[in-house]
Design a protein around this ligand. Structure first.
Ligand SMILES: *[C@@H]1O[C@H](CO)[C@@H](O)[C@H](O)[C@H]1NC(C)=O
Ligand SMILES: *[C@@H]1O[C@H](CO)[C@@H](O)[C@H](O)[C@H]1NC(C)=O
Length: 319
């Protein structure tokens, strides 16, 4: 009997220790995101030069210069606005313009077929939904004039669909989008859809297996905003927020979902002051002055935050 139990335990333990090819890369990524104090640059409570909070910023590099672009939202008089800013160093941000009124949670990408242009997607009110815009050049973006735009009618949730993120490499006429939907007016869950030709919203679907990777940890609140990098040591990974307790902002945590295995790891983020909750993760892999860097942004809710750390955290690591 004892031998049998031992064999059973040994069997289970060897199963759980089976190595997946992506394990090493995922563990490395989790370690880099966790270690805020080891970053090559970081800023807590980020604001642009006008003092606007840079909530939920997504950062990419300009294709025509060494500057960085940030899109984020700022609440002023309870109205969220999507803002655009630029930076030479990822720390100091110069506000350029407002891109959307009653808009929030923006993301931005360069389409592979029009590398001078920019796709921006955000959450638009009223009737909380996804909105897309395409700016053919940097000067169009700077001027806030989109050549194409599309508001997506809600398809999965009759209540709300938001926090867009772009999967993989988009083209202007094919954008693979991740978003959350408000499930039965209880919690946010994962969904994915494709915008074709800036006029056809298609292949929209729930992502229950993605939810399951976080439900496994006992997450009972929202499973919401996410962001994907496609080639970290040859593997794709998605950073995603999971909220352990419904309506409890102090329980937001960051996870790395591994589509190669279908599982997620929780990221034990350690800041200078020891803040506990982190929402709206973004990741960007790019180069800066010839060096590969990983840019990470996290929103630190005031609940369970250390002094001076609430608001948007931006950090980067040379790879
Ligand atoms: C940030 O920009 C301001 C001007 O807007 C400048 O005075 C300051 O030195 C800059 N800080 C850094 C760290 O570059
Ligand atoms: C939306 O796109 C149209 C062209 O299809 C353009 O005329 C209009 O200015 C755009 N709207 C905004 C707010 O950028």
């Amino acid at each position: 009997m004892q031998t049998l139990i031992f064999l059973l335990i040994a069997g289970i333990s060897s199963l759980t220790h089976a190595q997946a090819p992506s394990d090493e890369a995922r563990h490395k990524l989790v370690g880099l995101i966790a270690d805020v104090r080891g970053a090559d640059g970081r800023r807590y409570g980020s604001r642009d030069h006008l003092g606007n909070t840079m909530d939920c910023v997504k950062i990419i590099k300009r294709t025509d210069s060494e500057q960085f672009i940030g899109v984020y939202h700022t609440y002023i008089n309870e109205v969220p606005r999507v803002n655009l800013a630029i930076s030479d160093d990822l720390i100091n941000w110069t506000w350029l313009r407002e891109l959307a009124y009653f808009g929030s949670q923006p993301t931005i990408a360069v389409p592979s077929d029009q590398p001078q242009g920019y796709i921006v997607v955000w959450e638009q009110e009223p009737k909380n939904h996804l909105r897309f815009a395409f700016y053919p050049t940097w000067s169009d973006l700077e001027a806030g004039i989109s050549r194409k735009n599309y508001s997506v009618p809600r398809t999965i949730s009759p209540f709300a669909e938001g926090t867009p993120s772009i999967y993989g490499q988009p083209t202007v006429n094919n954008i693979d989008l991740g978003f959350h939907y408000y499930d039965k007016r209880i919690v946010d869950k994962q969904a994915r859809g494709t915008l074709k030709n800036f006029g056809l919203w298609t292949q929209f679907r729930k992502q229950p297996n993605f939810d399951n990777a976080l439900l496994h940890y006992g997450v009972q609140g929202n499973i919401g905003d996410r962001d994907t990098i496609t080639n970290f040591d040859n593997y794709e990974f998605t950073a995603i927020e999971g909220q352990y307790g419904r309506k409890d902002f102090g329980t937001w945590r960051t996870f790395i979902f591994d589509p190669q295995t279908g599982n997620a790891d929780q990221v034990p983020v350690i800041t200078d002051g020891g803040s506990q909750a982190f929402a709206n993760p973004t990741m960007t892999l790019t180069t800066w002055k010839g060096q590969q860097i990983l840019i990470v942004t996290l929103f630190v809710p005031s609940e369970l935050s250390a002094p001076g750390e609430a608001g948007e955290l931006i950090y980067y690591r040379k790879l």
